[in-house]
Design a protein around this ligand. Structure first.
Ligand code: COA
Length: 251
């Protein structure tokens, strides 16, 4: 395996201390990647919406992003990764941390059960989740997500803060713009370009290019409407599905 990670060299003798920013479902998955990769010593989570001391997958929430300067001092933190599924929100949090702590090292999280081809470049802050395949000569921009069992074909290009949801399949020579999201189970034929801030809806078949700032879906995928930067496209988990199933009103 020969791939390049756009981050500082880390000596295997010293496991640097890191945090995950975002104690959510996606945070749990990123935690799995970091634990299995065994390259860093995970200290805990940072979260602005969960109380300090709250336990998430056995690790404590240590504070909010605003506490990072003190936490870096206290725990001799090397850096961490922003585990927020929404591309725009992840971008905002990365921006905030970079301004507050310019020396913060954003790390990658690449689960060992992924296949990374020859001559692949992976930007800092990117997460590659179990079952994902990245083929030869692909370039993945900073702070991107390649989710469960999705594939980035050969010579693929993902701009920063972009994402492939679980089960996405992209043909060779695919290019994706910044902050754009390809949703669950979408298939994309070869030689396709999709612009920035565009969302391709779940289960789509993409057979032509799409420009910036559009919502597209269907088979074949078509433009449904224009889309503003930062518009939400993920449902969130304010009430877990298993709780809804327990409620008598569900049936
Ligand atoms: C694209 C997406 C964001 C659209 O959500 P939305 O804007 O809230 O869409 P709405 O629910 O308002 O639906 C509007 C219409 O489009 C249709 N529609 C929505 N998403 C569709 C899709 N992916 N494919 C086909 N039709 C779709 C709806 O059925 C509805 O049709 P109607 O007006 O005839 O009833 C959503 O389908 C999606 O893909 N979400 C991301 C899922 C994902 O990948 N999650 C990642 C988990 S890790």
């Amino acid at each position: 395996m020969q791939y390049f990670i756009d981050e500082m060299h880390i000596s295997p003798e010293t496991m640097n201390n890191v945090v995950i920013i975002g104690a959510s479902g996606h945070g749990s998955v990123v935690l799995d990647c970091i634990e299995q990769e065994n390259k860093y010593n995970l200290i805990g989570f940072i979260d602005s919406f969960k109380k300090k001391g709250y336990k998430h997958n056995g690790y404590e929430v240590l504070g909010t992003e605003d506490d990072l300067p003190q936490l870096i001092e206290k725990f001799n933190l090397y850096g961490g990764i922003v585990a927020i599924g929404d591309n725009w929100t992840r971008g905002k949090v990365v921006e905030k941390i970079s301004k507050m702590v310019p020396s913060f090292n954003f790390i990658t999280a690449i689960h060992p059960n992924t296949i990374i081809g020859k001559n692949v470049t992976i930007g800092t802050g990117t997460v590659i989740i179990p079952g994902a395949i990245v083929n030869a000569n692909a370039v993945i921009g900073k702070h991107s997500i390649i989710n469960t069992k999705s594939t980035l074909g050969h010579d693929g290009y993902m701009s920063e803060f972009s994402s492939l949801a679980p089960g996405v399949c992209t043909g060779g020579n695919f290019a994706l713009g910044a902050y754009s999201a390809i949703s669950l189970g979408t298939n994309i034929i070869e030689n396709i370009t999709i612009g920035a801030h565009t969302v391709v809806g779940a289960g789509s078949l993409v057979i032509r290019d799409f420009k910036n700032n559009v919502m597209v879906h269907g088979n074949p995928a078509q433009v449904i409407r224009t889309r503003n930067k930062g518009e939400k496209y993920l449902a969130g988990t304010s009430k877990p599905a298993r709780n809804r199933l327990r409620e008598s009103t569900f049936f």
